[in-house]
Structures are given as structure tokens and as C-alpha cells.
Design a protein around this ligand. Structure first.
Ligand SMILES: [Ca+2]
Length: 332
């Protein structure tokens, strides 16, 4: 009899205990990774598992690249562990671009973490390697001016392995060298290589090619790279400012194309010729490198004062010479 009373008493305590410590923890979830975190499907289906430490899972929603959360495909939600799948509602861009899937889960006690979502980042690749060539962090395109000794960075992505064949570099269609491949620290399917050719004055083409371990080759060529070492510094085309007119909020982006590396001073004047602001950019760095440069100006004087409505002149002074100028209007 005493045993029986004790047993009932224990049950009551346990029930009370359970109630006092109701479920307040949201479910956890994780995605099952793709091999090399890459898929060739540009509307990929992601799969994963959601688990709760205590309650039944009542809702699983996913999104990709910050889109709207929509319900994942699930079975009957009757357990604290549920598998889910989610097909991307939009076609994702292929290349060396990380896409991110996130999942949001709710349990039967209505616990949901609405700020920290379990996430998974992956690449969408093609059937062949994807090659990107940059210089100074900018993608180079045909017609870009380059230095006598430019620095190119070549990046290649593939889910089929890049270990068997060399990454070959050509100048003016003549083979130069096999570039030293460095495997990306975060992804075995990505390699980078630096290429520092020496060029003569004139117009050149740069070509690299890479074959994946299954024999699929990709060639990337940039033609019309112009070396103008003997010439004076100049701007290619007019400098651009955006937004223009500018409403005094945020930064103004100023962009220009330099014919060669140089020390650049970007100065802002009013129409009376008073210098209001000056920013310096070093030879070879963004703002002072051969090719495309994009810098920002906060719309203030060097002393930090706001400027009134009106028309202002900006000068791009390269190696002490005015290489270009433009007008900027401030309208609030
Ligand atoms: Ca829970």
C-alpha cells in the first residue's frame, strides 16, 4: 500500500515537474551537404533533418538566398525528428557564387527561432569548369588597359576534380606556362592561381584553359588588353558619378578607367574654385590602378561638414596631372 501511494506520488511529482519545465527550446535543423558543396542542378533540391529535444515538429519552411520562406516537403508531421526536402523555386546562377539555403522550424509548443536559421551554402556549377579572371579584385574584360607587368588571379570551380590536368596560360595565343594551382582552403573543388606576365606596349590577349578530371575543357579568353607604358596617364572615357543628382544621403560612387597605375588624388571643388575635399589613392591600389576604379565619397568636406545644394566639380588628378573631371549636383 505504501509502495502504491509512493508510486502515484512520484507520478504526480514528475507531471508537475514536466509542467514547470515546459518546452521553450526551438527545434534544430541541418541540411545534408552536396558532394564538394556543389550541385549541377540550378533548381536544386536540398534535403535535411529537423529535430526537437522534446516536442513534435509542426512546421518546416525553407528559403534560398534570402527569399521568402515557403513550406518544405515533409511527410506526416508526427514526430520530434522529421526529414524534409526543398526544391529551389528559382533558377540559381552558376559559377563561383555561394548560394545559401536556410530552414525555419516550429515545434508543437510554438517555439521557433525567427532570427538564427540553420543554413547551408553551396555552389551551382556547370558540366565544365567555370573560370574567372580578375585583376586587383575586378573581373577583367576585353579592352581593359593593363600594366607592363599585370597581376591576374585565375579561379576555377568544378565538381569533377581539377587535379589531373594543368591550368595553362597563353599570351597572344602562345603557350606561356602551367600556372601553380592552389586548392581553396574552404573547398577542394576550387583552385586559384596567380599569373604575372611581362608584356610589351601594344594590344594583347590572355587565355587560360583548364580540363577537369573527366576531360571537359573550358577556355577563357580576354582580348584587346591594352598596354600603354610609354604614354602619359589618361582616363578612358569620362568619369561617372552615381547617384547624380545626389540627395546628400549615403555615399556617392565615382568610377573611372585609368590607362596605367598612378597616384591619384580625387578632389572636389565648388564653382568658385574652393577645394572642399581631397582623397588620395596609391599607385596600383583601387582608385589608382590601371583599368576600372570605383571609389566612394561621403558628400562631406574634408572637415566633415555637409555641402549645400548646388553644382560641384570633381577632378581626378593622376601623377600630378588632371586626367579627368566631372560635375556633380547636390539636390536635397
Ligand atoms: Ca522544443
Amino acid at each position: 500500500m505504501i509502495k502504491k501511494i509512493f508510486f502515484i506520488f512520484t507520478i504526480i511529482i514528475l507531471l508537475g515537474f514536466n509542467k514547470a519545465f515546459a518546452d521553450t527550446i526551438p527545434p534544430a535543423a541541418s541540411f545534408i551537404p552536396f558532394n564538394l558543396n556543389m550541385t549541377t542542378d540550378n533548381t536544386p533540391t536540398l534535403t535535411g533533418i529537423a529535430t526537437d529535444e522534446e516536442s513534435i515538429i509542426t512546421s518546416i519552411e525553407c528559403r534560398i538566398d534570402g527569399g521568402a520562406f515557403t513550406p518544405a516537403t515533409v511527410g506526416i508531421l508526427d514526430s520530434s525528428t522529421e526529414a524534409f526536402s526543398f526544391k529551389s523555386p528559382i533558377a540559381l546562377v552558376r559559377g563561383i557564387i555561394l548560394h545559401t539555403a536556410e530552414v525555419k522550424c516550429t515545434d508543437s509548443a510554438n517555439n521557433v527561432d525567427s532570427t538564427n536559421f540553420a543554413s547551408y551554402s553551396f555552389y551551382v556549377v556547370g558540366d565544365r569548369p567555370e573560370i574567372v579572371i580578375t585583376s586587383g579584385g575586378e573581373k577583367i574584360i576585353s579592352g581593359d588597359p593593363v600594366d607592363l607587368s599585370p597581376s591576374f588571379e585565375v579561379k576555377v570551380i568544378s565538381n569533377k576534380g581539377l587535379t589531373v590536368y594543368p591550368l595553362r596560360a597563353f599570351i597572344d595565343n602562345i603557350f606561356q606556362e602551367n600556372l601553380t594551382k592552389v586548392v581553396d582552403a574552404d573547398n577542394l573543388g576550387i583552385i586559384t592561381a596567380l599569373y604575372n606576365p611581362t608584356l610589351l606596349d601594344g594590344t594583347h590577349s590572355l587565355k587560360v584553359d583548364m580540363t577537369d578530371n573527366l576531360g571537359n575543357i573550358t577556355t577563357r579568353e580576354v582580348i584587346g588588353l591594352v598596354v600603354q607604358s610609354g604614354q602619359e596617364i589618361s582616363l578612358q572615357g569620362d568619369p561617372l558619378s552615381f547617384p547624380n543628382p545626389y540627395n546628400g544621403v549615403g555615399n556617392v560612387n565615382l568610377s573611372y578607367v585609368l590607362s596605367k597605375d598612378s597616384n591619384v588624388a580625387l578632389t572636389i571643388y565648388d564653382l568658385m574654385g574652393n577645394q572642399l575635399s581631397k582623397q588620395n589613392y596609391s599607385n596600383g591600389q583601387n582608385g589608382g590602378k590601371a583599368g576600372y576604379n570605383e571609389v566612394t565619397w561621403d558628400g562631406k568636406t574634408t572637415g566633415g561638414a555637409d555641402l549645400g545644394n548646388g553644382i560641384y566639380i570633381y577632378l581626378i588628378v593622376a601623377d600630378g596631372k588632371v586626367a579627368g573631371k566631372g560635375k556633380l549636383t547636390i539636390v536635397r
